[in-house]
Design a protein around this ligand. Structure first.
Ligand SMILES: Nc1ncnc2c1ncn2[C@@H]1O[C@H](COP(=O)(O)OP(=O)(O)OP(=O)(O)O)[C@@H](O)[C@H]1O
Ligand SMILES: [Mg+2]
Length: 487
């Protein structure tokens, strides 16, 4: 029996080896090339996402499998692939080198340097497309990620491992919010990946320069699929960014990935799909557009301690038109993510910056990661603020309000001033707790609107001189606030 089984095994191996050789011997031919893609005949055993080799040494990735031919994304757009050239299998999948060698670097979606420096040293390789971690390897989101932005850290808190959408019209401050969040990660033990999809080179250069000037490149990698890149490259960019962050997450580190932005990504995918003759669906997007973003964002998670305890927080950005959050791509993303920060152009125009629309913004899991003291103060304040926003609507009609309501409106307006924040000015968590405690206790009520920023500065300076732990009792915080504000 045993001998028979051994014989069968060996036979099976022979057959497999035979198939492999048959496959490796298989050659295809390029039928046509253009727009960063190629059509190839032959290679009947090609697999989806397999890397193919062209005669001139360049590579392509199988994107579309049809019965007669293959649609290939060209991975070296400068290469000289011509119709008639030979194509062969590699049996490989697309990977990117990952590791600390990427810190401070600007690369394309295949890891090629765009910063004029030599190639980076990779510790290991990560597949661009890979399955999200299984549920058993995951843990709850229970540690905060501080953005340094008052309105976010208090009212729409984000936890490490969360997926939080930043949504808003053109020019509503999405990129600024994301960049500020990256700047705020200095000294927080976080590694960041900033993925730029479809930006003009000048825009990308400005953002990279900003990160460099503020020392944030030291813990950040920038992946660029610029405006002039092929749709294939733009399509791959967020997957490359995710793979880079996964490399660190697997080592137990906390990572943050910004996808700026997924509207452009969806359009690149639509263009690619139309080039590949996939049937268009709603708004001409291919039918699997939801799956595209779901499988990308599903890879953000918090791993359990047995799996190293690393995390991947995702901040996807999406653009709306005329504030229409019910459009196709935005609603898809809202349903995939754990919450959204909604930026409103009308608030922006009114000078309320960052232009966060608090009632329309939500963080479904971040509250669990908030420090209990911050959460307590934020809960009180949020109620006040939402009541104020409702009351304020009435004042527009000139309705006479009772005295209590007037007081609420005055407090609400003061809070709105407090929540305004300049760019590039990340604020520590202790300060968030401090000003909220002062506000909730009514310590800021006596200040004229114009004097409030000065009062906040007093608190910030006070904290810098004499730091206080978040865990300190509320009375101690209050006593401090009273001292500093009386000065
Ligand atoms: N908190 C802020 N304080 C002052 N100015 C801000 C603030 N946030 C954003 N801005 C300014 O608003 C402008 C638009 O911001 P930003 O580029 O971040 O918007 P966006 O939504 O990413 O735009 P796009 O849709 O073009 O990508 C920029 O000039 C930026 O400096
Ligand atoms: Mg932007």
């Amino acid at each position: 029996m045993a001998a028979e089984a051994g014989l069968l095994d060996r036979l099976a191996q022979r057959v497999d080896g035979y198939r492999l050789q048959l496959r490796l011997g298989e050659k295809g031919r390029v039928a046509s090339v253009g727009d960063g893609i190629a059509w190839v005949y032959g290679l009947p055993s090609a697999a989806a996402e397999e890397i193919l080799h062209f005669e001139d040494g360049s590579r392509g990735m199988v994107f579309e499998l049809q019965s007669e031919r293959l649609g290939i994304i060209l991975l070296d757009p400068e290469a000289n692939v011509a119709s008639g050239s030979l194509v062969s299998h590699t049996g490989e999948r697309l990977e990117i080198g990952v590791g600390d060698g990427l810190l401070g670097r600007v690369v394309d979606p295949l890891g090629k340097p765009l910063d004029g420096l030599p190639p980076y040293d990779a510790d290991s390789f990560s597949a661009l497309e890979s399955a999200s971690p299984p549920i058993v390897a995951r843990d709850f989101v229970n540690r905060p990620l501080y953005t340094g932005i008052k309105v976010v850290d208090t009212l729409i808190p984000i936890g490490r491992g969360q997926r939080q959408l930043i949504i808003g019209d053109l020019g509503s401050g999405k990129t600024s919010l994301a960049l500020d969040t990256v700047l705020a990660q200095a000294g927080q033990g976080m590694k960041c990946v900033y993925v730029m999809i479809g930006q003009k080179r000048s825009e990308a250069a400005l953002a990279i320069d900003l990160l460099r000037r503020h020392g944030a490149l030291a813990y950040t990698t920038v992946v660029v699929g610029e405006a002039t890149a092929t749709p294939g490259m733009k399509y791959l960019a967020p997957f490359a960014g995710c793979a880079i962050a996964e490399g660190w997450m697997r080592r137990g580190e906390d990572t943050l990935v910004v996808y700026d932005d997924l509207s452009t990504h969806a359009r690149a995918y639509r263009e690619l799909s139309l080039l590949m003759h996939r049937p268009p669906g709603r708004e001409a997007y291919p039918g699997d557009i939801f799956y595209l973003h779901a499988r990308l964002l599903e890879r953000s998670t918090r791993l359990s301690a047995e799996h190293g305890g690393g995390s991947l927080t995702a901040l996807p950005l999406v653009e709306t038109e005329e504030g229409e959050i019910a459009a196709y791509i935005p609603t898809n993303l809202i349903s995939i993510t754990d919450g959204q920060i909604y930026l409103d152009r009308r608030l922006f125009a009114a000078g309320i910056l960052p232009a966060v629309d608090v009632p329309l913004s939500v963080s479904r899991i971040g509250g669990k990661a908030q420090h209990p003291r911050i959460k307590e103060e934020a809960g009180r304040m949020k109620l006040d603020y939402l009541q104020f926003l409702e009351l304020e609507v009435f004042t527009r009609f000139g309705t006479k309000l009772e005295a209590g309501a007037e007081a609420k409106i005055r407090r609400g307006r003061s809070l709105r001033e407090i929540l305004k924040q300049e760019r590039l000015n990340p604020l520590p968590a202790a300060f968030q707790l401090a000003w909220m405690t002062a506000f909730n206790a009514g310590l800021l009520d006596g200040f004229e609107p114009a004097a409030v920023p000065g009062a906040l500065q007093e608190i910030q300076d006070g904290l810098a001189r004499a730091p206080l732990a978040l865990d300190a009792p509320r009375d101690e915080w209050l006593a401090r606030m009273k001292d500093w504000l009386a000065a």
